[in-house]
Design a protein around this ligand. Structure first.
Ligand code: DC
Length: 218
């Protein structure tokens, strides 16, 4: 079997990973895999089914019966129900980092992510892609931006989606999520030794895409 190309993009919340990854996937003709959406999908399903969010075993049991699909256009489905908008709602965002600390959930989602990378050229974004999921990825990027810039971008994104948004609490939430993601025991948010650091604070989307595509096509 031919080996497919793997591009890993990691970084903290709202650094621009998914926006950039989507555009790059389109330019390169790769499949975009939003692993954060998978964590969000199981978080949404747990809330939807009234599963105790402190009960890792119960969430794991639910995950094993839950089909999460990521369609090329960005549509996210859970057992064929479209949850694209719901997984961005504040109740999911507030709880997803907690669910992402559970080792059994991480291992199960990692297996699904590897299966996707075994089937096509992928550009995959998340927190642990370059370090754990695809440690041999052909290209690894670690994308960062100033927390204030990230909060402002997420604020605008929320408003354009019609989601209620408050800039001050957004910045606090982003920092809290970063801290949980970076300090969890299993597969924390961390730059891989061989990842290229991209600071997007002062760059336009266009500039970031050009820079990263430049590395890939070099
Ligand atoms: O990228 P995002 O904000 O949609 O991710 C949601 C949460 O999922 C994030 O707080 C941490 C977790 N996550 C993770 O732990 N590992 C990944 N590969 C992707 C996301």
């Amino acid at each position: 079997m031919d080996k497919f190309i793997q591009i890993a993009i990691d970084g903290p919340a709202a650094a621009g990973k998914s926006t950039i990854a989507k555009i790059m996937a389109q330019k390169l003709g790769y499949v975009y895999v939003d692993t954060g959406a998978m964590y969000r999908a199981i978080t949404w399903a747990s809330i939807h089914h009234d599963v105790d969010l402190d009960n890792e075993k119960a969430i794991m049991a639910l995950l094993s019966e839950t089909r999460i699909s990521l369609a090329p256009g960005g549509k996210v489905s859970v057992n064929n129900v479209d949850v694209t908008e719901q997984i961005r709602e504040p109740d999911v965002t507030a709880n997803v980092s907690k669910i992402a600390t559970y080792e059994s959930i991480r291992e199960a989602l990692k297996a699904r992510q590897i299966a996707l990378a075994d089937a096509a050229n992928v550009i995959m974004d998340g927190r642990d892609i370059g370090t754990h999921v695809l440690p041999d990825a052909d290209f690894k990027f670690f994308m960062v931006a100033d927390p204030k810039v990230r909060a402002q971008r997420r604020h605008e994104e929320n408003r354009s989606r019609g989601i209620a948004s408050d800039l001050v609490s957004l910045e606090a939430d982003i920092k809290k999520r970063d801290e949980m993601d970076a300090n969890r025991k299993h597969a924390p948010l961390k730059q891989a030794n061989d990842a290229i650091l991209i600071d997007t604070s002062a760059l336009s989307i266009h500039e970031v895409v050009d820079k990263m595509v430049g590395f890939v096509l070099k």
